[in-house]
Design a protein around this ligand. Structure first.
Ligand code: NAD
Length: 283
């Protein structure tokens, strides 16, 4: 079965970008959020032209009404809401009653393990559920991690992998359900180390990015610019998730802490580009 209609739930940094990318591939997308998503918000997340604005239908969900009929028509429902297990699971319980029997539901989670996301959900829902981890910005980052398990229907995984490869131009990497999957298992710690070392050495953000950006393969934004783009508020969720899921004695555990500077920035609204600014001022 082809993917002909997609829903993205959560019109934040990632959801808006994912929806824009899918719409530009010619696929109709429903974009849902608790607040009213607007094309402006969508374009703020991804300022490149939205070539097919008519492919995007914007819906305010309130609480994702149990009877939202539009969702029942989608072949693939992508969840891109806040990185909180309880909130995601509450949404999945509703989706389990709404989705068409063969529709796939996936999460864009950065770090919550697949087995935790599907715990307690109906078997059939779990068989059609996987993690599709897009990277920021979704339009330009080719990497897409797809996390599945023995519980996941292999045909569903193949269908989404092929669609993302052929239609969305992604390089799909199949991941096991391990803490942080592949990229964040590495990435979150180099961001953390760069912050700690810059503070310890008294470097400015510009100096630190000039040193670490290129060797880490992100010369354009640097590590600190990337953190602003991703959203500083995501970091504690990632760290907590790593802390919970890494095995006892893992050498990375001692690094899985939240620097006080990060907490202060979040508390004062400096969450990056989506907030008042971050390590860098807003343009
Ligand atoms: P965000 O905070 O920018 O956006 C989240 C959106 O979800 C908000 O607009 C919020 O109103 C909405 N929302 C919250 N609860 C909802 C609900 N119950 N129903 C509908 N909408 C709801 O978050 P983000 O950075 O886009 O992250 C979304 C997901 O993608 C998270 O799981 C995150 O870990 C993951 N992720 C983020 C990045 C990144 O660079 N920011 C990269 C990869 C993966």
């Amino acid at each position: 079965m082809n993917i002909q209609k997609v829903a993205v739930i959560g019109a934040g940094v990632m959801g808006a970008g994912i929806a824009a990318h899918i719409a530009n591939a010619g696929i109709p997308v429903l974009l849902l959020d608790l607040t009213t998503p607007t094309l402006d918000k969508l374009l703020k997340a991804d300022p490149a032209p939205l070539m097919h604005p008519k492919n995007v239908r914007l819906i305010t969900t309130g609480t994702i009404a149990d009877d939202l009929p539009a969702l029942a028509q989608c072949d693939w429902i992508i969840e891109a809401i806040v990185e909180r297990l309880a909130i995601k699971q509450e949404l999945y319980r509703k989706l389990a009653t709404i989705r068409r029997a063969d529709a796939v539901v996936s999460s864009n989670t950065s770090s919550i393990p697949l087995h935790e996301l599907v715990a307690g959900l109906p078997e059939d829902f779990a068989a059609h559920f996987m993690i599709t981890h897009f990277f920021n910005p979704p339009r330009y980052m080719r990497l897409l991690e797809i996390v599945s398990s023995a519980q996941t229907d292999p045909d569903a995984v193949a269908k989404i992998s092929q669609f993302c490869d052929h239609k969305l131009g992604k390089g799909v990497v199949a991941c096991k359900d391990t803490p942080g999957f592949i990229a964040n298992r590495i990435g979150i710690f180099w961001i953390q180390t760069a912050i700690q070392e810059a503070i310890a050495l008294g470097l400015t953000v510009e100096e630190a990015d000039a040193v670490v950006g290129k060797p880490m393969g992100i010369p354009k934004t640097g590590v600190f610019g990337l953190s602003d783009l991703v959203g500083i508020d995501l970091m504690p969720h990632l760290m907590r998730s790593m802390n919970r899921s890494l095995p006892a004695g893992d050498a990375l555990l001692e690094k899985a802490t939240i620097p006080p500077l990060i907490q202060t920035m979040i508390d004062t609204g400096y969450t990056g580009r989506k907030g008042k600014g971050g390590f860098y001022r807003l343009n």
